[in-house]
Design a protein around this ligand. Structure first.
Ligand SMILES: Nc1ncnc2c1ncn2[C@@H]1O[C@H](COP(=O)(O)OP(=O)(O)OP(=O)(O)O)[C@@H](O)[C@H]1O
Length: 253
């Protein structure tokens, strides 16, 4: 693995995953996966359908129990903790398919993102910041989330995750099912968040937008890390990265 695969900053990384193994019955979804995300870094997790990307995020969030390995957040082991405890320690997960509360309004969904916070005044300020990032959410704050367009729901899912003021933001395919122009807009917003120092682990099948945003990336292939390195190096190895997608179940987009 090239040196660039190691984060530059000293101290405990925001996220450290070592030797992770996850099985669903007879299916081994992750085998011996190790990765790190330094504080302030954006790391992309790429790979074809079924490579294990969503499983990785769900395991970090405590929704899936690993069979072996360890996961640490700023040096603190979290792989034996329950999901609410992991949220309280500062991990927010914006899941694939958005998983909003469809019958609740935009404003109510945003409020749910901040339930674990006690600093109510700062919460109000953060809501304003999210409305500035995504003006459409302000316009539609009293609309039921289930009636928003796919892109608007994606923005709301991201806004809701940000309302937790996460120390680590997990993003599962923010480009999924969204028109190209809106993908650019969402990634521009993620770029602004990166500039603000938000630490992110980003799962994506859209290699181009992911490598443009990320500092580093890991490519998973059938549950193992096939490639890892600085995003700019992986961009140059585009063919190799794309080829890794062909190995598992039908290839990427
Ligand atoms: N609940 C489950 N029960 C059984 N097998 C599962 C379960 N969830 C995922 N798998 C299997 O584990 C493997 C990894 O799935 P995962 O959803 O993590 O992949 P992915 O890289 O996120 O794929 P996609 O890009 O299609 O979402 C796949 O073979 C999948 O069929």
């Amino acid at each position: 693995m090239p040196e660039a695969a190691l984060p530059a900053s000293g101290g405990d990384p925001a996220l450290a995953v070592a030797g992770l193994e996850v099985r669903y019955g007879a299916v081994t979804a992750l085998r011996g996966v190790s990765l790190e995300v330094a504080e302030g870094e954006v790391v992309a997790l790429l790979g074809a359908n079924g490579a294990g990307k969503t499983t990785m995020l769900r395991t970090i969030s405590g929704l899936v129990r690993p069979r072996a390995g360890r996961i640490s957040l700023f040096g603190r082991r979290i792989d034996q903790l329950r999901p609410p405890r992991i949220v309280a320690l500062g991990i927010a997960h914006s899941p694939e398919g958005r998983r909003l509360f469809g019958s609740l309004t935009v404003a109510e969904n945003l409020r749910l993102g901040s339930v674990s916070r006690k600093d109510r005044e700062a919460v109000a300020g953060d809501r304003e910041k999210i409305f500035t990032l995504f003006p459409v959410l302000r316009e539609r704050r009293n609309q039921q989330a289930g009636t928003l367009s796919g892109g608007e729901q994606q923005m709301l899912a991201l806004g809701r995750a940000l309302m937790a003021r996460p120390r680590l933001l997990l993003l599962d395919e923010p480009s999924l099912g969204i028109a190209p122009l809106l993908v650019q807009q969402i990634f521009a917003t993620l770029g602004e968040l990166k500039a603000m120092g938000v630490t992110m682990l980003l799962v994506e099948q859209n290699i181009g937008v992911a490598l443009a945003l990320a500092d580093r990336a890991y490519v998973l292939r059938t549950g193992q890390v096939a490639l890892a390195g600085a995003a700019r190096d992986l961009k140059e190895q585009y063919e190799e990265v794309a080829a890794a997608y062909l190995g598992a179940g039908g290839g990427g987009r």
